[in-house]
Structure formats: structure tokens, C-alpha cells
Design a protein. Structure first.
Length: 480
């Protein structure tokens, strides 16, 4: 790779050639390991020169636009990555057509058309990514797709030659174009639009932007829609109907706002995202017989094997029998040495029966989450706020009422996954405090919560039976 590095310096300024460049900042997911070499050409000529150098060294690069529809794995990408985000040398109008370089964002392309009083690109205003990437994927939204406006494309091949393709040669299909097969690099796009009133065009763009902001999780990093639309269905609707909103693996989760998006809540790895994708695919296939196909392109090398996946998903009414057994089993493991089996069973019958658990699931200010390790139920979490809080009803506070993990899964990250899920929910809900109760003799749990900044602020008596009480410590943490 050193010889390639030296040769590229003859055609590209050194400040636009990076070694071992972390790719996370170059993707909308904010995830991705390093590239051996990252090159950022600013003109078609620079790109052609780069391709000639790479061809001479028998290297086929990977091309990245704005990284809006990709998941780059944690081990990164070997070889050379060409990032075209700075390829913005051309922008002009000819009648009702506009021609623009591939590195412009779709937002910039839509806004340019509006300024020129040209209609037809309003649908693209909120689609993340570059013009080149949008043509590559035949991106679309709100009844519009790139194949409706694109009339020609210029592309550079692996030898550095420039080619011109008319609309009929582009082989557009759903989320597909000819460039999936021929590996040529889109550098310039011409689009046919219609004369329009700029105020009307802006109004339509504003409406679509507002609609997108209200329905899509733009507050979190993502790669856009995660799954392709299966025949006869909408992926997001299927996922929502199956109760998978909020399903998480680490900080990666199915968005609560739009189930068609997997989002990075902060610090997620590619393996976390892949864990969510695989869990969703598996559960949708089991429930509906539908195989979801990722729309996101999964690239690069894994840094480490997937291993066991800890998936956290919100409990549904159909989960009550399994939840009841889990509640009893984890409580027994924690308290059996200090209580008789008769005392425990009396408590289970009162606290974990079907009607009680259903009321808890139905409460508007309470949620229960289940943790699965490779499809086996391993632990659960119950959270409350408002009037659902138990021993203390603190103002603007969030309670972690229960967090239990079966002993055989201790040390496998299950408790951590559940607790960090609770904290993410608390922080996104703008609560002032998070608090919880922990048995005074559960020293391991006390140490665990202390690591997250929780401090003791009180005690309360926990009634096991009328004749038996235990003491819980109350711990809290400021979220401000």
C-alpha cells in the first residue's frame, strides 16, 4: 500500500489522502472502522487520475458518497476508499434541465432546482445522501424516485475512462441501477424538471420536510430506511405490528418514532446494528413468514465475531406467561436463602399473577422490557414514571422498579443492556432524576449502580409477606 500512497500523491494533494482513516465520521450512521487509504478527489480529472493509478496497482476501490445508506463494519475496509463528498465542481441549468456533480447532497440539489423555479425534485429534499448515491440506489420518497427525473449520467470506469449513459441505459429498478453491476463511479447527473412557481415549490418542500421530521428519527444517527419494502407489505408497519419498536442491542435500536429505521443512540457498533437487523428479520419471519431484506449496504470487515446477542424488546400481553415465570425464578434466586418456599410462593401468587402483570403492561406510565440471549429469555426490566412510581413519587422522576437477570446469565452483559436501556429512555424523556430501590444485602447490585453515578437517598421496607419484610436502599441520579 506504500507504493499506492506515493503514486496517489502525484495526482491528489497530500491533505486529501489519509492513512488508516476512521470511516465513522464519513457515514450518517456514525459507525465504521478504518480504511487503509481514504482519498477525497474534488474534480472528475482528479478522480480519473486516481483510477489510473489504482488500476496500475490492480486495486479496485470502494466508492463512498455521504455514507447515508451504508453500514461499515467495525474492522473497517481494506484497500482504498474514494469519498466523493467534495466532488462539487459543476452546477448549471440548460432550459428545464439541470446538471450537477455527484458529490452534492440531495438537499443542495433540491434547493438549487427551487431557486431556478424548477419543479420535480421536491421529493428528494429530506433524503440523506449525495446525488451520486441517490442515482446508484434509485433513491425515492413520497411517490418520487430518481428514475423519474434523471435523463443522463456520466461515470468513470476502473481504468479512468469517462462514459456517458442516457436514461434507457441506466437499468433503473426498485433501489437499483446499472452501477450495481458495472462498478463505474457516477460523477455527473443531468435531470429533466418542469417550470414551476418557486413559492409553490418551496411550500411543497417545507411540507415534506415537516412530514419527515414528524415521522422519522432525525434526532439520531441512522442510514435511513433499514429494510427494503417486501412485496405486499411495508417493512415499518410489519415491524411495528409485531411489537418490535424499541428492540435494542446495545445502543442500536429500532426507532420508537418509525419502526422502519434502526438508529444509533450513541456509541453503537456495527455488530450492535447487525444484531438488531438479525433479530428483526428472525422475528418478522417467525410471525408473518416474510423475509426482510436490508436496504442498507453492509460493508467491510468484522472486528470480532458476533458472539451471543443480548436483545432487549418491550414485553407484550402474549409474553405474560413467560414473564410470570421469569419474575418468580429471578426473585427466588435472589431471596430464597432468606425466605421459605411457602413465603416466596405466596408473594409470587400475589405479585406476578396474570391480572397484575397485564395491568402493569397496560399502564400508560409504565413499561416492561425483556432481555433475550440467543433467543432465550434471560432477564427483565420494569420502569415507571408519574403516578406509576412506587415507594416515592418524585417530581419529574423516572423509576427503575425491577431489574432481574437469571444467575446463569450473570456476567454476559444482560443487566448492563437492560440498565442502559432504562437510562436511554430516561434521558430521552427529559426527566430530572432516575431512581431505584435495591435490597440492602445485594452488595453486587449496589456496586453496579454506583458505577453509573447513583447515590443513596433513603430506605423503605419491602413487604414479602405480612410477617416478613426486607429493607431496600433508595438510590438516585441526576439526569440534568
Amino acid at each position: 500500500m506504500s507504493a499506492v500512497w506515493e503514486a496517489l500523491q502525484q495526482v491528489i494533494p497530500l491533505d486529501r489522502i489519509q492513512r488508516d482513516a476512521l470511516l465513522a465520521p464519513f457515514t450518517t450512521f456514525q459507525i465504521g472502522g478504518p480504511a487503509d487509504l481514504l482519498v477525497l478527489p474534488r474534480s472528475i480529472q482528479e478522480l480519473q487520475d486516481c483510477m489510473r493509478v489504482l488500476h496500475a496497482h490492480n486495486i479496485e476501490p470502494f466508492v463512498l458518497g455521504l455514507g447515508s445508506n451504508v453500514l461499515i463494519q467495525d474492522g473497517g475496509m481494506r484497500g482504498v476508499v474514494l469519498c466523493l463528498k467534495e466532488l462539487q465542481e459543476e452546477q448549471h441549468r440548460n432550459g428545464t434541465t439541470i446538471t450537477m456533480s455527484a458529490g452534492y447532497t440531495l438537499k443542495e440539489v433540491s434547493e438549487y432546482a427551487q431557486r431556478e423555479s424548477l419543479s420535480g425534485l421536491e421529493f428528494a429534499i429530506g433524503i440523506p445522501g449525495s446525488l451520486g448515491g441517490a442515482v446508484f440506489m434509485n433513491a425515492g420518497a413520497y411517490d418520487g424516485e430518481m428514475d423519474q427525473v434523471v435523463t443522463s449520467v456520466d461515470a468513470v470506469d476502473m481504468q479512468g475512462h469517462l462514459h456517458h449513459y442516457n436514461r434507457e441505459e441506466l437499468q433503473f429498478a426498485y433501489r437499483h441501477s446499472r452501477f450495481h453491476e458495472n462498478h463505474e463511479i457516477i460523477v455527473r447527473v443531468t435531470m429533466e424538471l418542469q417550470e414551476g412557481n418557486p413559492e409553490d415549490i418551496q411550500g411543497r418542500m417545507d411540507d415534506l420536510t415537516e412530514k419527515r421530521e414528524s415521522k422519522q428519527p432525525l434526532e439520531h444517527a441512522s442510514a435511513g430506511s433499514t429494510f427494503k419494502r417486501p412485496p405486499g407489505y411495508y417493512a415499518g408497519t410489519l415491524i411495528d405490528q409485531t411489537g418490535l419498536k424499541g428492540l435494542s442491542v446495545g445502543p442500536a435500536e429500532v426507532s420508537m418514532k418509525h419502526a422502519g429505521f434502526v438508529v444509533n443512540r450513541g456509541g453503537a457498533t456495527a455488530n450492535d446494528v447487525l444484531g438488531v437487523i438479525h433479530e428483526v428479520q428472525k422475528r418478522i419471519h417467525a410471525a408473518h413468514g416474510v423475509q426482510l431484506e436490508p436496504e442498507v449496504r453492509i460493508l467491510g470487515e468484522s472486528r470480532e465475531p458476533m458472539g451471543s446477542v443480548v436483545a432487549v424488546v418491550r414485553a407484550q400481553e402474549t409474553d405474560i406467561p413467560a414473564l410470570s415465570n421469569l419474575c418468580a425464578d429471578t426473585f427466588r434466586e435472589t431471596f430464597s436463602h432468606d425466605n421459605t418456599e411457602e413465603e416466596l410462593q405466596a408473594f409470587f401468587d400475589e405479585a406476578y399473577n396474570h391480572d397484575v402483570l397485564k395491568r402493569e403492561l397496560d399502564h400508560d406510565e409504565s413499561e416492561i422490557y425483556l432481555a433475550y440471549v440467543d433467543d432465550v429469555l434471560a432477564g427483565y426490566l420494569k420502569i415507571n414514571w408519574g403516578d406509576a412510581q412506587t415507594e416515592r413519587k418524585l417530581e419529574n422522576a423516572f423509576e427503575v422498579q425491577r431489574l432481574y437477570v437469571l444467575k446463569e446469565y450473570h456476567g454476559q452483559g444482560v443487566g448492563k443492556a437492560l440498565f442502559e436501556k432504562a437510562l436511554r429512555i430516561a434521558e430521552s424523556g427529559n426527566f430530572s432524576w432516575a431512581w431505584l430501590g435495591v435490597w440492602e444485602k445485594n452488595y453486587k447490585a449496589q456496586h453496579f449502580y454506583k458505577r453509573y453515578g447513583f447515590e443513596k437517598f433513603g430506605e423503605h421496607q419491602f413487604v414479602v409477606t405480612p410477617e416478613k419484610t426486607d429493607i431496600d436502599w433508595l438510590l438516585k441520579k441526576s439526569l440534568r
